[in-house]
Each structure stands twice: as structure tokens, then as C-alpha cells.
Design a protein around this ligand. Structure first.
Ligand code: PEP
Ligand code: MN
Length: 296
């Protein structure tokens, strides 16, 4: 029998092949098509995925009114429009600082009103949807919850965009399938985020899979951010990783910034100061311009 295989483009892509080849047709909602090559997500004054390189920055966790306010105003002066700040923190140890919870949400609301900036915070469980969405502009699903399917479905019913972080032990195929879970519920404003994966080498907190950005962008129309902070775990390497993320075509970075990193209640070792980020802005602007892009 003359059984010629169908052309690759026309063949249905099974899960195994998709996992290896990341064919866009495996992702009915997140997959790139000729008609839909990139999605930009506008929130507050920030645009993610519009061709610019977006700086999303802020402390790992909300610690106090003063800390959040100082950080937010310093970042606003640099041009950052979307601030990250955790209220409910997923910590490895139950004895580590867990976040200020509802008090943190109140502080976010207060600093948001004072600065006019948009905020992203993590949603750890479906029961917290109401409290979190009453305050924030973007809802983060953390690495540890990337395959928490009830939570993904809940995120899919929100009106806010969802910042979906790659699990530290998950493939890009699994990340895209998690985006499908969110999008299937009706929310197609999903931002993907590479934040480092676990490898054999403890020299870095995780291993930044930088090529995740261009590989994902070849498959999906969704914007892709890189989180250099959780990937590297040490602040001295964060500037290099931000520049690298820009160079490989990521849509921006999610970076931890604290006015006094040594005194931070979580992730101080990987947090840079607002001044360190400010010192990078000129260089990033020039690098972006060299690639026909702008910092946003
Ligand atoms: C965070 O962004 O603060 C965080 C906890 O990140 P991740 O889920 O990637 O560990
Ligand atoms: Mn953190």
C-alpha cells in the first residue's frame, strides 16, 4: 500500500509529538496561528507583549506600608508601571515568613491609590479569589501551582490577566497546556513566565532556561516574561540575566526589588535595589533600541 505520511503541517499532533516538537496546533487557544502571532496585554499603564520590553518589578513580599510605598515610588520614577508584591507567599518551610496575607492586600490597595500603579500578586487558592481580585490588576499563579488545575480553572474565570509561572519541574509543553486550562474558561489574557528550572547544579538557585522565551514564542502568541530573581537566587547575576532576556526576545522581566535587600523578610539575597535597576535602564534602553525595541 502506498501510505505516504500527510504533510507535517496537516497532521494531527499527538501529545507525545507536541511535547517534543511544541507544534502550535497542539494548543488550540495558546498556539500561534498565521492570523494571531502575538497578543499584547495592557494593564494600568503597562503593556506586555506589544513589542516592547516590559519591566515588572517589586518586592518578593509586602512587608510594611513604608517598604511597599518606598519601593513603588522608586520604581515609578524609573518608569515601571506594574509592581509585583506577594501577599500570600508559597514558602518551602512553614516556619518562613508566609506574607502579611489580607493586611498585605490592604497595603497594596493603599499604595496603588497613592501611586496610580498597577499591581500583580499571587493567588494561592480558589478561596482567595474574591479578596485578591478586589485589589490587584494581574493575578499570578506561582511555580508550585502551575498544575493546580482547579486553581487554573478559577483563574480562567477572572477578568484580570493571569501571569502563569513555569513549574520548576515542568516542561514547556506542560506550561502551554496549563495556559490552555486558563484560556478554556474564557480568560485569554495569559502571560507566561520562565523562572528557572531545577537541575543538578546547586550553584544557581535554579537554572534559567533562557531559550524558553524564543522557543515558547515560536509556538504561542502569548507574551513571555523571564524572572531572573528566582532563577539565579543571587542578586549579582540578575542584571546579566535581564540583559540576556532582552537579547533572546522575551517580552520583559519580572524582577525582585527591595530598598534594603539585606533586611528583606523573603528572597533578599536575590533582590536588587531600585538604584541597581535604575542603573541598568540606560543600558537596557540602548540594547532594546539596537533590536528595534523600546523599554516599557
Ligand atoms: C514569586 O514570584 O514570588 C514566587 C514565589 O515565584 P515562584 O512561584 O516562581 O517560585
Ligand atoms: Mn520571591
Amino acid at each position: 500500500m502506498d501510505a505516504k505520511p500527510p504533510p507535517a503541517e496537516a497532521s494531527p499532533v499527538d501529545d507525545f509529538a507536541a511535547a517534543r516538537l511544541l507544534h502550535p496546533s497542539a494548543y488550540p487557544r495558546a498556539g500561534r496561528t498565521e492570523a494571531r502571532t502575538c497578543t499584547h496585554i495592557a494593564v494600568g499603564g503597562a503593556v506586555i507583549g506589544g513589542g516592547g520590553f516590559t519591566l515588572v518589578a517589586g518586592p518578593c513580599a509586602v512587608e510594611s506600608y513604608e517598604q511597599l510605598r518606598e519601593t513603588a515610588f522608586a520604581l515609578k520614577a524609573i518608569g515601571v508601571r506594574l509592581i509585583r508584591a506577594g501577599a500570600f507567599k508559597p514558602r518551602t518551610s512553614p516556619y518562613s515568613f508566609q506574607g502579611l496575607h489580607h493586611q498585605a492586600l490592604d497595603l497594596i490597595a493603599r499604595v496603588k491609590a497613592e501611586t496610580g500603579l498597577a499591581f500583580v500578586t499571587e493567588l494561592m487558592s480558589p478561596e482567595l479569589v474574591e479578596a485578591v481580585t478586589a485589589v490587584v490588576d494581574v493575578v499570578q499563579i506561582g511555580s508550585r501551582n502551575m498544575q493546580n488545575f482547579p486553581l487554573l480553572r478559577a483563574a480562567g474565570r477572572l477578568k484580570q490577566p493571569v501571569l502563569l509561572k513555569r513549574g520548576f519541574g515542568n516542561t514547556l509543553h506542560e506550561l502551554l497546556m496549563s495556559a490552555e486550562y486558563v484560556m478554556n474558561e474564557g480568560n485569554d489574557r495569559v502571560i507566561l513566565c520562565e523562572r528557572g528550572i531545577r537541575t543538578f547544579d546547586p550553584a544557581q538557585r535554579n537554572t534559567l532556561d533562557l531559550m524558553a522565551a524564543p522557543v515558547l514564542k515560536s509556538v504561542t502568541h502569548l507574551p513571555v516574561l523571564v524572572d531572573p530573581s528566582h532563577a539565579l537566587g543571587r542578586r549579582e547575576f540578575v542584571p546579566a540575566a535581564i540583559k540576556a532576556a532582552l537579547a533572546v526576545g522575551a517580552d520583559g522581566v519580572l524582577v525582585e526589588v527591595h530598598p534594603q535587600p539585606e533586611a528583606a523578610l523573603s528572597d533578599g539575597r536575590q533582590s536588587i535595589t531600585p538604584a541597581a535597576l535604575a542603573a541598568l535602564v540606560d543600558e537596557l534602553t540602548a540594547l532594546a533600541a539596537a533590536g528595534g525595541r523600546e523599554l516599557s
